[in-house]
Design a protein around this ligand. Structure first.
Ligand code: HEC
Length: 144
């Protein structure tokens, strides 16, 4: 039994070491067109959304550790694909309006930032007053 456990341990450690070699996308491309928003809005977006929705991601140390790094990397690339505040000018007209609508839905429904992100980044949690600020801003943008 002990021998078996030792072997299992060696295989586990070797696997963990091997998966570190899988290349992971972990880059911050240049900021093209940062979204223009009032200071209070911008501060909240930067703190609670920019890690996944901008090209200014603050990569934590555990983003270097597979398999966690794979999850983080895929969240960031998927997040940037949906909404990238660093390339905001790519959204025009109806598409931009749709993004603002989605922001309202996500924030109103407490879906963003995701609970597991908040677990690791407690300061990213939106206080009720901060939710209000984001919602007012996005709704106003929808009307203009
Ligand atoms: C941990 C990474 C992460 C953080 C932090 C985060 N998002 Fe997201 N967001 C994602 C991912 C991944 C998706 C795409 C998959 C999905 O919809 O869940 C997404 C999707 C979205 C969408 C599109 C949803 C749709 O209807 O398709 C909006 C809008 C959005 N996020 C807004 C925000 C806002 C606003 C914040 C900050 C208050 C935020 N997100 C914080 C990762 C994140």
């Amino acid at each position: 039994m002990r021998k078996w456990l030792m072997r299992a341990g060696v295989v586990f450690a070797a696997t963990l070491a091997a998966i570190q070699l899988v290349p992971v996308e972990r880059a911050n491309p240049p900021v093209e067109s940062d979204i223009a928003a009032p200071d209070d809005v911008k501060k909240i977006l930067r703190r609670s959304c920019y890690d996944c929705h901008s090209n200014e991601t603050r990569w934590p140390w555990y983003a270097r550790l597979a398999p966690v790094s794979w999850l983080i990397s895929s969240d960031v690339s998927e997040g940037r694909r949906e909404v990238n505040f660093s390339a905001w000018s790519q959204f025009t007209g109806g598409r931009r309006a749709r993004k603002f609508k989605e922001i309202v839905e996500q924030v109103e429904g407490n879906k963003m930032p995701q609970w597991y992100y908040v677990l690791m980044h407690p300061d990213a949690k939106l206080a009720p007053g901060e939710k209000e600020i984001i919602l007012n801003w996005a709704k106003q943008a929808l009307q203009s």
